[in-house]
Design a protein around this ligand. Sequence first.
Ligand SMILES: C[S@@+](CC[C@H](N)C(=O)[O-])C[C@H]1O[C@@H](n2cnc3c(N)ncnc32)[C@H](O)[C@@H]1O
Length: 223
Amino acid sequence: MLNYKDETDFDTIKGRLKSDSLNEKIMNGYNSSESTNLKNLFNENGTDKATIHNYHFLYDSLFRVHKDNKINVLEIGVYEGGSLKTWKEYFKLANIIGIDIDPETIFSDDRIQTFVSDQNSQDYLRQTAHNINRNFDVVIDDGWHQPEAAVNTLVTFLPRLNIGGFYVIEDLNLMHYQLFYTELAKLISSKKNFAAAVIDIDALFQVKSLKGSVVLLAHRLPN
Ligand SMILES: C[S@@+](CC[C@H](N)C(=O)[O-])C[C@H]1O[C@@H](n2cnc3c(N)ncnc32)[C@H](O)[C@@H]1O
C-alpha cells in the first residue's frame, strides 16, 4: 500500500490541487437535494455509482453546469448500460458515447452510441478515438481499472478534452497506486492548463463507501 507521505509524484499532483483549490470549488457547488436526483437516476438505471460508491456527490457538483448544454460525454466501461442511460437523462441535450471491450455490451439509443475497444491497446484506442471523431466535455474511465489501461486511455483522450471539461478516473483503490501515480504525474507535468486532484469522496463529503477515491482532471482556460 502506498505511503502518501513518501510519494513525491503524488505530492506533485497534490500541489496542483492546492493551488487550484479544486476541493473548495467542489464543496461550494455541492447541494445535497440536487445530488439526490442524480443518485436516484443512477439507482433506477442499475449502475452502482451511488450504492457501492458515492460518486453522485462529486458528479452533480461538477457536471450540473452542463445539464442543459449540448455536450459530448464519454464513459469507458459500458457493462449493462446503466451509467450511459443515466447520463442521457441527466444531460438533456448531450451525445453519450460508451466504449467497452465486450461486444455483448454494445447498444445504441437516441443520443447514445457505443464502440468496442480495448484499454490495454493504445493503437486500438487511438483508432477508436479517430472513428468517434469528437472532442469531449466529460470523460469517465470506469473500465479495466488497472494503471496501464488508465494511462493508455488518458494519453488517448486527454488531448480530446474541451476547455472547461472534466476527466475522471474512478475506483482508484483498485489500482497499483505507485506505478499509476508515477505515470500520471509524468503526463500531467507537461499539461499546464490542467488541474489535477486525487479526491477521496468519502472524506470530502463525510460519507462511507467501499471504493471512494477518484482522480479528477479539469481542463482550464490557458493562463
Ligand atoms: C464496472 S463495469 C462498467 C460499469 C458501468 N460504467 C456502469 O456504471 O454501469 C466495467 C466494464 O469495463 C469493461 N472492460 C474491462 N476491461 C476492459 C478493457 N480492457 N477495455 C475496455 N473495457 C473494458 C468490462 O467489459 C465492463 O463492462
